[in-house]
Design a protein around this ligand. Structure first.
Ligand code: NBG
Length: 942
């Protein structure tokens, strides 16, 4: 029996459906609803059985905004399944019209105009991609489609009860399903062809988010856009659920991530090896201007990309056991132990989805071999506590960038990365190669900075003790297999580990290091007789005050190639930092100027500019960034300049909107966005930038009629938790922001914003919106820089010193399109002995006024004297010569400011910058590594 009950008040009426409802009752229900007047709700509490017609009707009611009260779970599930079928039907009827060659929904997805889509019809394209990915690309729309299955079965909940996090996971897993067959096939191809492979060993991979990047690289944006539209998914909200994989602290880790993208895109048989830190780079918050650190527990929720491979675990022997006391690792002699490395693989999708390489991250675990001795003595808990120490090894990333602290745990992490990765890659090598002599023809191992340079003695150990080769043969193979990249000249960053840290846990490695050193010093003495100073400097062991192993020397001696990361850096490395070794082995030294991936940093981050470029010159630039030079003549084309300006304006508005909605802060998109985003370090001189802002602030206060284009100064970056001066500069910038905001005399003309929690995702938002990029390190100290390249690619003008890769960027674009200033590296080095910061204070009134204003507590009324250590550092030591460069910085700034009034001239320069950024693609860098160092060739996957 079926009946209806209706109750109404002034605002709404509720219709209760009671008993067995069938399709034939629908007319009656609709009649009741039509006469409902106010808002209608259906109460399904006593509804017992329904047929599919009723289910469809209820689904439609929901879509029309009619509430369903007390809907039984089985009805809810049925509605959802019918909804899915309906989508599928609509989809088939439309036969994928969404494969619009402009990538239609680019604004949501950053959809590229993909080459494959241009030539083919929509269904050809679908077929081609379907074949490429080994089957279906049925992401959503049927009850057995990937997304729906993951949503329901991974969570075992009613889909209606899932939130954005579950939807993100389901979508990412659906995407992983699509790529997984291609991923397997990539590895199968490498096994079959047995090419030489490149292995990139790095303590850091600053990956950021993967979902949108993978969609872009798989060329699935048009498909996904359609799914998103049909399912009315809150796409932005879904993307926001993915935590940034912050497994790196700065440029070195981000470079490694860009390199992986390029290697996969160029179809190189390559693999990344790193550590699976449970806690990535700390999260930064700002309280009362000060930086605070919170742990980044990024794996709290399951990561949808990673695949654990416990069957491929490796077992490592250590000559002692460890105890952790207050974060300090202590070796306990006399009790050897075993550690386990468990690999977790992440897909690295090359652009076009043809090659899917692997990033293998190691997690530490305790041996399964329970400590029976301790156990049988009754200490069950003690036996298990060993597990805690073992697992602590990969718990947390060290947050210092460009410096190392002498920490035992860090040393063990470096060893663990090396020991696991070498064991794994040697196992793979042995599977298909009987002859140890072919190792250098099958494997190229790149050491990302000195962090993995324990690879030198470890590979020797394997070749001597496991392959039973003689010393000379083992040494020859080791050197020909390994190559080393240096990333910094800062003396405090050149790693030196106490010799005793090797001796207790790894006595064999210590022995090997001694033997390498004995032979090295013999040959130094032979070549430079009587030069004991040189012997001392070249030695792998620093003798005083206690014996330490010089890891850079070890890496250079044990490999066939050493490179810096920009021309000036490589030159200084050779001529200053490791001069003696460069004289000993000149043929080993080279340069590989850094680059960044244009997929993430232009195509994905800046869809409007990417589209404008593609419209003008086609889309070949995505994989061949040198094509951007074709834009050069367009700098003189008024129509193109308009189009360019529109993209910048769109990026600025999007940023301003995001900032308002995420933090409540407002910035004016019509002001000039002047940015400095990077780690906080004295050599990067954010403090110099702060002084510039105070000078401009003083000028405006002194002369309110001064004509100035409004400027917004945006800062982001983290300081190492123990780096007081760097944290004080963050405090200064935050205080400037507050004081300037509350000063009516400059309001609307100057604004300072400190954006907390700098991350890859934040950079992706901010860089496209930026007009002016500050690259103002003391010349000779920034090895390369990579954000400088991202800014250039996105049309920002650079104000900067002649340092790192900025020099080469200006060469490419022409110095007239750059705002260079300051002492050169030679001038810095040669003036060090007589440099007197006080002179600048005494003789430059604007500089003095700015410093005095900071000291006067104008920016720190409630914390008098807080900035005294900054003043003290600047006036007495000023090792990084801030004061020497402030005058020329202000002059460059004046030139830049003069250009603000001439929009065409500005835009012209901006376009020429974009057009000249082709060299700074990481594809170019990787092709140089592949050709000059690795001798690795593409291995296409059929
Ligand atoms: C950093 C340099 C940067 C450089 C990146 C990538 C370290 C040790 N070095 O200038 O400071 O761009 O490496 O090469 O993090």
């Amino acid at each position: 029996m079926f009946r209806l009950e209706r109750s109404s008040d002034a605002e709404q009426s509720t219709i209760r459906l009671i008993g067995r409802v069938r399709s034939e009752h629908l007319g009656e229900i609709k009649n009741q609803m039509a006469g409902g007047g106010p808002k209608v709700t259906l109460d399904l509490e006593d509804l017992t059985v329904v047929d599919v017609g009723v289910v469809r009707f209820l689904g439609k009611c929901e879509r029309d905004g009619i509430g369903l009260l007390h809907c039984p779970p089985y009805v809810r599930e049925w509605i959802s399944r019918e909804g899915v079928k309906r989508m599928e039907k609509i989809r088939n009827e439309r036969a994928f019209p969404g494969t619009d060659p402009r990538g239609g929904e680019g604004k949501v997805m950053g959809a590229p105009k993909v080459a494959v889509l241009r030539a083919a019809t929509a269904s050809d394209t679908k077929e081609a991609l379907r074949r490429q990915y080994g089957g279906t690309i049925q992401l959503t729309g049927a009850d057995d489609a990937f997304y729906e299955r993951h949503l329901i079965f991974d969570n075992v909940v009613d889909p209606g009860a899932t939130g954005p996090r579950e939807r993100f996971e389901a979508f990412a897993r659906a995407m992983r399903d699509v790529l997984s067959q291609r991923w397997v096939r990539t590895e199968q191809t490498y096994q079959r062809v047995n090419p030489k492979r490149a292995y990139y060993l790095s303590m850091e991979f600053l990956i950021g988010r993967s979902l949108s990047n993978n969609i872009t690289n798989l060329l699935l944006s048009p498909f996904v856009s359609e799914d998103v539209r049909e399912r009315a998914l809150d796409w932005v909200g879904l993307l926001e659920q993915e935590p940034d994989a912050g497994l790196g602290s700065g440029g070195l880790g981000r470079l490694a991530a860009c390199f992986l993208d390029s290697m996969a895109t160029m179809q190189l048989p390559a693999m990344g090896y790193g550590l699976r830190y449970e806690y990535g780079m700390f999260r930064q918050s700002i309280e009362n201007g000060w930086q605070h650190e919170q742990p980044d527990n990024w794996l709290r929720r399951p990561d949808p990309w990673e695949v654990a491979r416990p069957d491929e675990r490796v077992e490592l022997k250590v000559g002692c056991t460890f105890e952790l006391r207050g974060g300090v690792l202590q070796a306990m002699n006399g009790q050897p132990s075993t550690l386990i490395g468990i690999p977790f693989d992440r897909p690295v999708v090359g652009y076009g989805g043809k090659t899917i390489n692997t990033l293998r991250l190691w997690a530490a675990a305790a041996s399964d071999y329970f400590d029976f001795q301790t156990f049988s003595h009754g200490d069950f808990v003690g036996a298990l506590a060993g597990t805690l120490v073992a697992e602590s090894l990969t718990r947390v990333l060290y947050p210092d960038d460009s410096t190392t602290q002498g920490q035992g745990l860090r040393f063990m992490q470096e060893w663990f990365l090396v020991a696991c990765s070498l064991a794994d890659l040697i196992r793979r090598f042995r599977r298909t190669n009987a002859d140890w002599n072919s190792l250098p023809e099958k494997a190229a191992i790149q050491l990302n900075d000195t962090h993995p340079s324990i690879a030198v003695p470890e590979l020797m150990r394997i070749l001597l003790d496991e392959a039973h080769l003689g010393w000379d043969q083992a040494w020859d193979l080791t050197q020909r297999t390994l190559a080393y990249t240096n990333h910094t000249l800062l003396p405090e960053a050149l790693e030196k580990w106490p010799l005793e840290w090797f001796e207790t846990p790894f006595p064999r490695l210590a022995e090997i290091i001694f033997e390498i050193n004995r032979r090295l010093l013999d040959s130094v003495r032979h070549r430079f007789p009587g030069d004991e100073g040189r012997v001392e400097r070249t030695s792998l062991i620093e003798e005083a005050p206690t014996k330490h192993v010089r890891m850079a020397n070890l890496a250079i001696v044990g490999s066939h190639s050493t490179n810096g990361v920009a021309a000036i850096h490589s030159a200084l490395l050779r001529s200053m930092t490791v001069k003696d070794l460069a004289e000993m082995f000149p043929e080993r030294f080279g340069n590989k100027t850094n680059g960044v991936t244009p997929r993430r940093w232009l195509l994905l981050a800046n869809p409007a500019l990417a589209r404008t470029i593609t419209e003008a010159i086609g889309d070949d630039w995505i994989e061949d960034l040198g094509q951007l030079t074709k834009l050069k003549p367009l700098a003189d084309d008024a129509g193109f300049r308009d189009a360019y300006r529109a993209t910048k304006r769109a990026a600025k508005s999007a940023f301003a909107q995001w900032l308002r909605s995420s933090s409540g802060q407002t910035v004016d998109p019509d002001s000039i966005f002047d940015c400095q985003i990077k780690r906080f370090h004295e050599y990067k001189r954010q403090c110099l930038n702060a002084l510039r802002i105070v000078v401009l602030y003083n000028r405006l206060r002194d002369n309110p009629m001064l004509e100035l284009t409004p400027r917004t100064f945006l800062f982001a970056g983290k300081a190492a938790p123990g780096y007081y001066l760097a944290k004080l500069v963050i405090k200064l910038l935050n205080n400037l922001a507050v004081t300037i905001d509350s000063d009516p005399s400059v309001r609307g003309r100057l604004k300072v914003v400190f954006l907390p929690e700098y991350s890859v995702s934040l950079a992706e938002r901010l860089i496209p919106a930026t007009d002016v990029s500050n690259q103002i390190s003391t010349a000779g100290y920034e090895a390369s820089g990579t954000s400088n390249m991202k800014f250039m690619m996105n049309g920002a003008l650079t104000i900067g010193t002649r340092d790192g890769a900025t020099i080469e960027m200006a060469q490419e674009a022409g110095e007239e399109n750059f705002f260079l200033f300051g002492l050169t590296a030679e001038q810095v080095a040669s003036s060090r002995s007589w440099y007197n910061p006080r002179w600048h204070y005494d003789n430059q009134p604007e500089l003095r006024a700015a410093m005095d204003l900071v000291s006067s507590n104008h920016f720190s009324r409630n914390e008098p004297g807080v900035f005294a250590p900054l003043r003290d550092t600047l006036l007495t030591r000023d090792y990084y010569m801030n004061l020497a460069d402030l005058g020329s910085y202000l002059e460059a700034d004046r030139n830049l400011w003069a250009l603000c009034g001439n929009s065409d001239a500005w835009t012209r320069k901006a376009i020429l910058n974009v057009a000249s950024s082709g060299k700074f693609s990481s594809d170019r860098t990787i092709s140089e590594y592949a050709t000059d160092i690795w001798h690795v060739k593409p291995c296409p996957v059929p």
